[in-house]
Design a protein around this ligand. Structure first.
Ligand SMILES: Nc1nc2c(c(=O)[nH]1)N[C@@H](CN(C=O)c1ccc(C(=O)N[C@@H](CCC(=O)O)C(=O)O)cc1)CN2
Length: 285
């Protein structure tokens, strides 16, 4: 019987401890940590994620600034809003919700975010620190950091294990592969051009999947007793599903994250964690 890795319960535990920490920081520094969220356009999924981020901030006592910009905003205008937020001493964290509308460069705007306020962990300085395993010295990307919290919480060993990362995006696949390498796993990275995907997935003691292809990973593609982390989120006939065929795969593995309720909630939890961390680093703690 597989252990279901519960992202809601783990989030609740971390958020409770952040709530206490935020209260103490507010007493000591006269204001709580503050997060600025920039949303361009009206992508319905992004609107939900931003709403959830702002609600989560308020639940733990973090201040938030909700900057909505029209789809017609230019790259220069967007960059200069980020610069303004960089210069605001009362802002500790800045995120630009992705994806951006066509014509706007995510890489360009992220490069404008000051690394010490980059609570998404997407700036090249933070990417470098993540690659080098200098986690204490920077801000790590939320989804991969959330996945690593599962391994910690459920005492899942990584050293010497065969870990397979399916998906090589800049925000999930690449940083998570690096975190697994830093934990001394033997890591293979697969992606859309990989020939014979199941050759790799069947070999995995730890299988992490972030492709956005609903139900891509079937029971016959996983090793008996593996740990499976599903990072995909798609809507199929109004239902939220992951990249893994949960019902089939759960019969075969030792642990698995559900979708919804697995990695997703941890993404927002780690954003709160990073905002508190950014506040502390900026105040010399
Ligand atoms: N600037 C960023 N943009 C995006 C990020 C990011 O980390 N930073 N990640 C994703 C979207 N995302 C957060 O922004 C995100 C995705 C999913 C969840 C989540 O809690 N999922 C739930 C299901 C929610 C639902 O009902 O749709 C779950 O899996 O249980 C949170 C955040 C892309 N953009």
């Amino acid at each position: 019987m597989a252990v279901i890795l519960d992202g809601k319960a783990l989030s609740k535990k971390i958020r409770n401890s952040l709530k206490n920490e935020v209260k103490e920081l507010k007493e000591k520094f006269g204001r709580p940590p503050s997060l600025a969220v920039v949303l361009v356009g009206n992508n319905p999924a992004s609107e939900i994620y931003v709403r959830n981020k702002i609600k989560a901030c308020s639940e733990v006592g973090i201040d938030s600034i909700d900057r909505r910009l029209p789809e017609t905003v230019t790259q220069e205008e967007l960059n200069s809003i980020v610069k303004e937020l960089n210069e605001d001493p009362n802002v500790d964290g800045i995120i630009v919700q992705l994806p951006l509308p066509n014509g706007l460069s995510c890489r360009e705007v992220v490069n404008y975010i000051s690394p010490e306020k980059d609570v998404d962990g997407f700036h090249p300085v933070n990417v470098g620190k993540c690659t080098l395993g200098l986690y204490d010295q920077g801000l790590m990307p939320c989804t991969p950091a959330g996945v690593m919290k599962f391994f910690e919480e459920y005492n899942i060993p990584l050293q010497g294990k065969n870990a397979v990362m399916v998906g090589h995006s800049n925000i999930v696949g690449k940083p998570l592969a690096n975190m697994l390498i830093n934990a001394n796993a033997t890591v293979s990275v697969c992606h859309v051009y990989t020939k014979d995907l199941s050759h790799y997935t069947r070999y995995a003691d730890v299988l992490c999947v972030a492709t956005g292809v609903p139900g891509l990973i079937k029971a016959d593609m996983v090793k008996e007793g593996a740990v499976v982390i599903d990072i995909g989120i798609s809507r199929v006939n109004g239902k939220i599903v992951g990249d893994v065929d949960f019902e089939g795969v759960k019969e075969k593995v030792s642990a698995i994250t559900p979708v919804p309720g697995g990695v997703g909630p941890m993404t927002i939890t780690m954003l709160l964690y990073n905002t508190v961390k950014a506040f502390k680093m900026r105040n010399g703690i």
